[in-house]
Each structure stands twice: as structure tokens, then as C-alpha cells.
Design a protein around this ligand. Structure first.
Ligand code: SAM
Length: 285
């Protein structure tokens, strides 16, 4: 195998090309952008953006800046990953300043690492601008602290949607005590995920929540238990994107919810009332 790397050629190519700025757009609310991200959205030549970038963030892109949508909704990729990589390389080689804009943080379930590997291989210069990942932004706006000295000393982020389409997670690790588990992309497998967590040792009445369109005006939160969450979410008809938070910290929302969206307490209360009614009905039968 020839392992020769032509460093002078790579360096010369870098000098001639533009830069790709891999930028995190945060979870949706444009006020959560970093200053660096906001500046780049005005200064760039081209912005190549994903499906989950909030409309309010897109509004901040300069009028003269070219926009390229490359999609990536679940099961509907408007452009294949290899084509996105090739596009970034081509635009940079044409000398453009390219913002590659991704929802949340580009390095958290965002394939940012894969895109940078392609840029490295092509000798394209880049920088990374972190964003607020959904777990942090969405939990904050839902009034759910991901750690708390009384309830959770660790927090784990997992994806509920694996590359091969399966949902085989490290269930034992996810059911360890005193931790919060945040599940990205877990909506379609929600019932299975809750069942597995119970089967691996978490109580059926362990607190869990799903937050839909977190940080946006449309944010909705459903708080329930592992046993009832999937049903409650289906009933509520939540819109994606949705994030699932599992752990005792979810109960703190009762005290800490600070936004005016539909109140989870009402939903928990009505769920409790329905359970009580069902128990009463079976006792009276
Ligand atoms: C492909 S992952 C990208 C994650 C992103 N890189 C980040 O750091 O947040 C997309 C998943 O993030 C979660 N997500 C992103 N934005 C969200 C929001 N505003 N509200 C709820 N969940 C969100 C959902 O679970 C969604 O399916």
C-alpha cells in the first residue's frame, strides 16, 4: 500500500481554497445561536443547511448569501451524504466561504465528524462552531435540569435510531440508578424503548417526558411514566422533532416549568385521573 502523503500539494490546495465553517444552529430558537454563528450567517458566501435548522435561524442569513438545502428528514434524504461531502469540497475549492449549518451541535448525532473527515481527505480548510445540542436547549426550555444533586449525577445521550435501522442499545447501562437518559430520534421506537427499560430494571412508574419542537413557540411537553409515555404521546399527537428524557429529574418540571406552553402537570393530572377512574371502575365491577 502506498502511504505517501503529498503534504506540499495539500497545503497549496488549502491556500487556494475557501473554508468550510461547520456551524451548530442550536435547537431552534434563534436567540440560542452563538455570536460566531450569527456573524458567519451574514458573512458567508453560501450556507448549506439541514432539515432541522429552525426557520428563525434561516431568517438571519444575509440577503446576498446563497442558500442550499440538503435535507435529511428521517427516511427522506434530499441529498446523499457522499453528495453533501462532495458539494462542500467543490464549493470550498471554488474559493467560497461555506457555512455548513446543522441543527443543535454538529458533533452530537449530527454526522459533523464524517463531513470533516471528508474535508481533511480533500485538504479543505475548516473550523467548527459548536451549537447548543437539543438535550441542553430543550431540557432547559422544558424546565427539566438534566442533573441535580438529589436525583441524577450523570446524564447519557443516546440515539434511538441506529444506522442499520435497529434500536439495540446498551440497556443495562441505561438503567443504572441516579442518571438521566436523553434519547434523540427515539419517537418511532418509543414504545419499544420504554418496554426495554422496564424489562432491564427501571420501575414502570419511572418518570419520563417527551418534548416536541423544544425551544420554539410550538413547544409541547408530555410528562408520564415509562409504562404510559408511548400512549400519552400518541394521544397528544406530538409533531417532530421530539426528544425523550427519562429519569427522576423529570418530576422537577412541576416546580421549574417557566414557559407558557401547555402544562405537563395538567397532562399528568388527567392521566392520574384516568388511572384512578379505571381502578375505581374495575373495583366497582
Ligand atoms: C439527527 S439528530 C440531530 C441532533 C443535533 N445535532 C443536536 O445536537 O441537537 C435530530 C434529533 O434531535 C432532537 N431534536 C433536535 N431539535 C429538537 C427540538 N427542537 N425539539 C426536540 N427535539 C429535537 C430530536 O430527537 C431529533 O430527532
Amino acid at each position: 500500500m502506498n502511504s505517501f502523503v503529498d503534504l506540499p500539494a495539500i497545503w497549496a490546495a488549502r491556500q487556494a481554497s475557501g473554508t468550510v465553517h461547520l456551524v451548530g444552529a442550536g435547537p431552534g430558537d434563534p436567540d440560542l445561536l452563538t455570536l460566531r454563528a450569527a456573524r458567519l450567517l451574514v458573512q458567508a458566501d453560501v450556507v448549506v443547511y439541514d432539515h432541522l435548522v429552525g426557520a428563525g435561524v434561516l431568517d438571519l442569513i444575509g440577503a446576498e448569501v446563497q442558500r442550499v438545502y440538503v435535507g435529511k428528514e428521517r427516511s427522506h434524504h434530499s441529498m446523499a451524504q457522499a453528495d453533501i461531502n462532495a458539494l462542500l469540497i467543490r464549493l470550498a475549492r471554488q474559493g467560497h466561504e461555506v457555512v455548513r449549518l446543522k441543527g443543535g451541535d454538529p458533533f452530537i448525532f449530527g454526522r459533523g465528524g464524517e463531513e470533516l473527515q471528508a474535508l481533511v481527505a480533500a485538504g479543505v480548510r475548516f473550523e467548527v462552531v459548536p451549537g447548543i445540542t437539543a438535550a441542553c436547549g430543550v431540557a432547559s426550555y422544558a424546565g427539566i435540569p438534566l442533573t441535580h444533586r438529589d436525583w441524577a449525577q450523570s446524564c447519557t445521550f443516546v440515539t434511538g435510531h441506529l444506522k442499520d435501522g435497529s434500536c439495540e442499545l446498551d440497556w443495562l447501562a441505561l438503567t443504572r440508578p441516579r442518571q438521566t437518559v436523553v434519547i434523540y430520534m427515539g419517537l418511532s421506537a418509543l414504545a419499544t424503548i420504554c418496554e426495554r427499560l422496564i424489562a432491564h430494571g427501571l420501575a414502570a412508574d419511572w418518570p419520563a417526558a417527551v418534548v416536541s419542537q423544544g425551544t420554539l413557540a410550538e413547544q409541547r411537553v408530555v410528562c408520564a411514566t415509562l409504562a404510559t409515555l408511548a400512549g400519552a404521546v400518541a394521544q397528544a399527537g406530538l409533531q417532530s422533532p421530539c426528544l425523550t428524557i427519562v429519569g427522576e429529574v423529570v418530576r422537577l418540571r412541576e416546580e421549574l416549568a417557566w414557559r407558557g406552553e401547555r402544562d405537563a402537570r395538567v397532562e399528568v393530572a388527567s392521566e392520574a385521573a384516568a388511572l384512578a377512574a379505571a381502578r375505581c371502575a374495575s373495583a366497582c365491577a
